[in-house]
Design a protein around this ligand. Structure first.
Ligand code: NAD
Ligand code: ZN
Ligand code: ZN
Length: 379
């Protein structure tokens, strides 16, 4: 018999008070758990561009003040009555949540859940009661991507919890970012393209998503692996971690033509776009070979591109929308942990750790390209 969950927990979190209001470390109190919820004490939380999009107001959410963060790792402290796949004491890596009952969920394509946007961005309890409140008793939104992991302790949705065994505390901190950007990049190659060698790939934008795609491409033996970015530090790191060629698009009149040339003149088998910029999306589309596959990942930027359908017909290309790399997290996250253990997913080359008080500096380093994956450490 499990002990009943404690009535409430006071902790601290990086709260965004309003759009453009920054991240503030402040005390919050968590409400008692409902049936489908889990209380998780965080080891760490990676920062993804999508967290910053919420702070900028580019992504609609349930309301403000809000706690975001969706690349968490932690230990389960208590579970609601309907949660059976994890128990207090279990170590968990956190990812997105899903409804579990729609056709996509039943087919294990949970990233295409019918309620994906509602449950991950606008997450609220059915009875509208708050999951947390601040020191003044004001409601604080919690449940972003089912987790709101930019908190020392959080009320997490059951499906967001992926139990992992045998990881040290240090590995729990390092692997926290697996649940979003890196998984999305790797899953684009593995699950969306179902890529196979021989084949070639170009990756536009080398952040967390781009590196995930590079690691998976290298593991599959794709060649060439062409990294395109505007930041020379990112390109140098990409070359040291698996890219066979790099293109700095600030010094290149036509990056798509350059990619085609590097791939023997016919274009690449696969391309991935992660910048959310319409010009770059067109470069990713124009650089593929006949029957090539294009994965569109970058969000909350330009939302229209002008594709010539005659070209599309003649090329046989597929332009594919990517949500979370179509990862079925109970299986794909443990697979990526195995890849890390085998030395094929070197997160340690991308991560820099920060204390919660250093959030502003972590964001600055991410935006200026200095750090690929800042991780806030809670314990
Ligand atoms: N669809 C999904 O499921 C999903 C999942 C995770 C992230 N995302 C989105 O993917 C995008 C990338 O996320 P990230 O965390 O890797 O971001 P990031 O900021 O770490 O990386 C973006 C990279 O793009 C580069 N870049 C910017 N402009 C460029 C240009 N004109 N040409 C070439 N490179 C350029 C930057 O220098 C940077 O290296 C974001 O839009 C994020 O919201 C989508
Ligand atoms: Zn669903
Ligand atoms: Zn993300």
């Amino acid at each position: 018999m499990q002990p009943p969950p404690p009535p409430s927990t006071t902790t601290d979190a990086l709260v965004i008070p309003r759009i453009g209001g920054g991240f503030h470390l402040a005390p919050i109190t968590l409400a008692p758990l409902q049936a489908d919820e889990v209380r998780v004490e965080m080891y760490a939380s990676g920062i993804c561009h999508t967290d910053l999009s919420v702070e900028h107001g580019y992504l609609p959410v349930g309301g403000f003040p809000i706690v975001v963060g969706h690349e968490g790792s932690g230990v389960v402290k208590a579970t609601g009555s309907a949660v059976t796949h994890v128990a207090p004491g279990d170590r968990v890596l956190l990812s997105f949540t899903s409804c579990g009952g729609c056709p996509s969920c039943l087919a294990h394509h949970t990233a295409y859940c019918e309620t994906f946007h509602l449950v991950n961005f606008g997450s609220q309890r059915a009875d509208r009661s708050p999951r947390a409140h601040d020191a003044d008793g004001e409601r604080v939104e919690m449940g972003f991507f089912g987790q709101s992991s930019l908190a020392r302790d959080a009320v997490v949705l059951g499906p967001s919890c992926v139990p992992v065994q045998g990881l040290t505390e240090e590995e729990m901190r390092l692997l926290a970012p697996l649940g979003c950007g890196l998984m999305t990049g790797a899953g684009t190659v593995d699950n969306i393209f179902r890529a196979r060698a021989p084949g070639s790939i170009a990756i536009f934008g080398i952040g967390g998503v781009g590196f995930g795609a590079i690691f998976a491409s290298k593991t599959l033996g794709l060649s060439p692996i062409i990294a395109v970015d505007i930041d020379p530090r990112r390109l140098a790191l990409a070359q040291s971690l698996g890219a066979t060629h790099v293109v700095n698009s600030t010094h290149c009149a036509d990056p798509a033509a350059e990619v085609r040339a590097l791939a023997g003149g016919y274009g690449v088998s696969y391309s991935v776009e992660t910048t959310a910029n319409a010009t770059v999306k067109m470069q990713a589309i124009r650089c593929v070979a006949k029957l090539g596959k294009v994965g569109i990942v970058g969000t909350t930027g330009d939302d229209r591109v002008d594709v010539d359908v005659e070209w599309l017909i003649k090329s046989g290309a597929s332009i594919m929308g990517v949500a979370m790399g179509d990862a079925y997290t109970p299986e794909y996250i443990p697979k990526l942990v195995g890849e890390y253990r085998a030395g094929r997913f070197p997160l340690d080359k991308l991560v820099r750790f920060f204390r919660p008080e250093e959030m502003a500096e972590a964001v600055r380093q991410m935006l200026e390209g200095e750090t690929v994956k800042p991780v806030i450490v809670w314990r």
